[in-house]
Design a protein around this ligand. Structure first.
Ligand SMILES: [Fe+2]
Ligand SMILES: [Fe+2]
Length: 229
């Protein structure tokens, strides 16, 4: 079990004073001694600025995970490749040429797997024909699964079901983009998730619904938010 988990939101759609932001998502994960980058926002300049502002030593990143091949999640990897050439980047099925051009080492992930002890890549799940998305889950000692999602095109609840089925624990916290989910998706998540943070592309309606119906579960996120478990 991971004893100490820290997640720093490098970029989210929601701004915060002192940071740059845009439409995108990126999170830096520190699970015990492991440092992992999940998604890299749209804009190399925005990611660079916020990483420096947060005083994160990004060169210590062990590997990165891309949720899906959309620009608002991979754009900033151009900068990451310059700082850490040869960095392993787990990606769902799709074209990987560009990541190679950016000096990264893409690894196409085919199914849910434990990449490090108690750290899982969830999926890829198919969102539509030949378009896939994956997420990252960390099993935290005494709490449960912390699940970070990118855009949730296959459904945030489906990614959470997959995490829960494969790992065998409830969700302690699900955070990231839920892509304008229906109320049913939020209700499904609420059945087995302690904390819910609809961020990035989730939309105001999903945020307001979660806050209103599940006030004890809702946790607001924005650029620069630091979560410690
Ligand atoms: Fe997105
Ligand atoms: Fe997307």
């Amino acid at each position: 079990m991971v004893k100490k988990l820290k997640i720093t939101i490098l970029v989210d759609n929601k701004p915060a004073p002192g940071f740059m932001n845009d439409w995108g998502f990126s999170a830096f994960i520190e699970a015990d001694e492991h440092k992992i980058l999940f998604d890299a926002d749209t804009n190399p300049k925005v990611v660079k600025y916020n990483i420096e502002k947060l005083k994160i030593d990004i060169s210590k990143t062990e590997f990165a995970v891309l949720s899906h091949h959309h620009h608002d999640h991979y754009g900033g990897f151009e900068y990451i490749g310059k700082i850490i050439p040869g960095l392993k980047l787990y990606v769902p099925p799709g074209s990987v040429e560009m990541y190679r051009r950016w000096s990264l080492e893409p690894i196409v992930n085919e199914r849910t797997k434990e990449v490090l002890k108690d750290i899982y890549i969830i999926g890829p799940l198919e969102a539509w024909e030949n378009f896939y998305e994956e997420a990252i889950a960390v099993k935290v000692d005494g709490k449960g699964i912390v699940l970070i999602v990118g855009c949730s095109h296959p459904g945030a609840d489906n990614l959470a079901f997959e995490a829960r089925n494969k790992i065998g624990q409830d969700i302690y916290h699900i955070l990231g983009g839920f892509h304008k989910p229906s109320r049913t998706v939020i209700d499904n998540l609420a059945k087995f998730s302690k904390h819910i943070s609809p961020a990035h592309c989730s939309g105001d309606e999903a945020q307001e619904y979660t806050k209103r119906i599940y006030p004890d579960k809702f946790y607001d996120l924005r650029t620069g938010t630091i979560l410690e478990y």
